[in-house]
Design a protein around this ligand. Structure first.
Ligand SMILES: Nc1ncnc2c1ncn2[C@@H]1O[C@H](COP(=O)(O)OP(=O)(O)OP(=O)(O)O)[C@@H](O)[C@H]1O
Length: 266
């Protein structure tokens, strides 16, 4: 039995979302989502810009209070039981703010102590994560001097340090070079292989198609389709094609509206 199954029961949902709504003034960002994300899977949340992915992940991880609805993570209510939930999850949010005046090594040491891990265990895990994520050579460099990709990797290391049951990643591959992407991917595959759950948002369909077992497609604050990759893809030749049909962008082209672009008067 896997770690996730032990906590939530075999075949249980790692995350259960019921009737979730969020409005910002007139703008409805999330319009009543009901979704059960299966435990032990690599789950992709995909959708066009402004679909509501970040807002949803923020509500699911306890960073943003919903207007309506509930979220349970491994059987605990995110808003009634926040300490239980936060001990069991790791989060790499969009636009992650890190303590930039610490070195990578110090940041992990600090994160480990905040998580209540013993010092020797933090040292061991931090050294291994820095090594696997190819940051060992930069461990004494201040985070402020890290590149975008290095920041993603140190953020991922901090999110994994306490060995969470569910890991939430908002656009983890954005700004990451192909070599680092491959490294991150290897770490995540190993992590889900041990029974943990990864939920990540992305626009990159090829990536989602190659990584995920399970997908939820979001557009205009609603879930348009969800299920295994094969279920969501249906008869479409690729996830990209299925996605374009689901979000209603099928056949949309730049058309004649931009007839001045690349030709005509300057
Ligand atoms: N703090 C906020 N105040 C006002 N509107 C917001 C706020 N956060 C999000 N929105 C709006 O809610 C909608 C959903 O935004 P969200 O960031 O969740 O989308 P997304 O799917 O993550 O988009 P992207 O892929 O572009 O990051 C958008 O219309 C956005 O403008």
């Amino acid at each position: 039995m896997t770690a996730a199954e032990t906590a939530a029961g075999p075949g249980a949902a790692a995350v259960r979302i019921r009737g979730l709504w969020k409005r910002f003034g007139e703008q409805v960002a999330v319009a009543g989502i009901d979704l059960a994300l299966p435990a032990g899977k690599f789950i992709g949340l995909v959708g066009p810009n402004g679909a509501g992915k970040t807002t949803t992940l923020s509500m699911v991880t306890g960073l943003l209070r919903p207007d309506q609805g509930t979220v349970e993570v491994v059987g605990h209510d995110v808003w009634r039981d926040p300490v239980e939930v936060k001990a069991r999850i790791g989060v790499l949010p969009e636009g992650l703010r890190l303590f930039e005046r610490l070195s990578g090594r110090e940041l992990l040491a600090y994160t480990g102590r905040l998580r209540g891990l013993p010092g020797a265990e933090v040292d061991k895990r931090a050294a291994q994560l820095l090594d696997v994520l190819d940051l060992a050579g930069a461990r004494h460099k201040l985070v402020i001097d890290y590149s975008t990709g290095m920041r993603k990797k140190i953020g991922l290391a901090a999110a994994l340090l306490h060995n969470p049951e569910v890991l939430f990643l908002d656009e983890p591959f954005e700004g990451v070079d192909p070599v680092s992407a491959q490294t991150i991917r290897g770490v995540l595959e190993r992590y889900t292989g041990s029974g943990a759950t990864v939920v990540f948002s992305s626009h990159v369909m090829e990536l989602v198609e190659s990584l995920c077992d399970w997908v939820a497609v979001m557009a205009a604050g609603r879930i348009r389709a969800h299920g295994t990759l094969a279920e969501v893809r249906g008869a479409a030749p690729s996830l990209q094609q299925a996605f374009l049909e689901l979000v209603g962008a099928h056949g949309r082209t730049a058309g004649t509206d931009l007839d001045w672009l690349g030709g005509g008067p300057r």
